[in-house]
Design a protein around this ligand. Structure first.
Ligand code: ATP
Length: 264
């Protein structure tokens, strides 16, 4: 088995103007594993995810996906060189992303939302795209809602459509940015269950979450960001077990989610 991590981040820096939001992040996310990113609000979790999805361009540092550089590579003397678009696109297309807001097209059905990208991005025939989209909707338990519009679906169902849409493009890595934070507890549970099932298929997942119970039970690795630095990382037992790093203790006091106490 290859030891190359699915995601390898080295020395990642992101600045917005004078503000340093990510300050030298080194991170490995294992293939077929769930890595959970936790940390206080504003610590840089979303920005890190967005850099890995190449939605934001890092100010410095390197990202590799399956051992291949994303966006920038080290030149002959170690200098940072921007890669051409033709080299960026195939690496970037291996990464799927699910956001806090579902971002579905309101004028399209669930089936349309999942199949459209296959037609536009992949150039699939509509009939083939819809067959693939149905299979993805089935996986998230929504084949019976294929002809519904987003306004006719609950928030949890909309997020499951968004997950199906990302999966339809066959990513090797799925990034989730607080996918349940706009949902009430019941709907949160149904989305987390879909993510649990996805993890069981061996999908590599990097998940920003405040659902500590989910992170502790599904995460192979927990990464704690604080003020743009990676402060603590390890297995759930190492990060949440006692004695805990004082910042983790403080964070759990502030952010402990429903039911998490029983797991820690
Ligand atoms: N486009 C931007 N321009 C300027 N500052 C930004 C931009 N995006 C993020 N920031 C700042 O970067 C910091 C980190 O934001 P980020 O959203 O990555 O944190 P987070 O840990 O995901 O927070 P939360 O848990 O609240 O979502 C914040 O101070 C934020 O205001």
């Amino acid at each position: 088995m290859s030891l190359t991590p699915a995601i390898r981040v080295r020395g990642l820096v992101k600045r917005f103007g004078q503000t340093t939001v990510l300050d030298g992040i080194d991170l490995d996310a294992g293939r077929g594993e769930v890595t959970c990113l936790i940390g206080p609000s504003g610590s840089g979790k979303s920005t890190l995810l967005r850099c890995i999805a190449f939605l934001e361009e890092a100010t410095d540092g390197f990202i590799e996906i399956d051992g291949e550089p994303l966006g920038f590579a080290a030149g002959p003397s170690g200098e940072r060189m921007r890669l051409p678009q033709s080299a960026i696109r195939p690496v970037r297309s291996r990464v799927g992303m699910v956001f806090q807001q579902f971002n579905l097209w309101p004028h399209m059905t669930a089936l349309g939302n999942v199949s459209e990208a296959l037609v536009i991005v992949r150039g699939m025939k509509r009939r083939d795209a819809e067959a693939r989209a149905m299979a993805e909707l089935e996986k998230v338990g929504l084949s019976g809602r294929a002809s519904h519009y987003p306004s006719e679906l609950s928030g949890g169902q909309q997020q499951r459509v968004a997950i199906a849409r990302a999966l339809a493009l066959e990513p090797r890595i799925m990034l989730f940015d607080e996918p349940t934070s706009s949902l009430d507890p019941e709907l949160t549970g149904e989305v987390l269950n879909v993510m649990r099932d996805l993890a069981k298929t061996g999908m590599t997942m990097l998940v920003v979450t405040h659902e500590i119970g989910f992170a502790a039970s599904v995460g192979a690795k927990i990464v704690f960001l604080d003020h743009g630095k990676l402060l603590v990382q390890g297995t759930p037992g190492e990060v949440f077990g006692k004695p805990r790093h004082p910042r983790i203790e403080q964070f759990l006091d502030t952010y402990l989610d429903r039911g998490a106490a029983t797991l820690l």
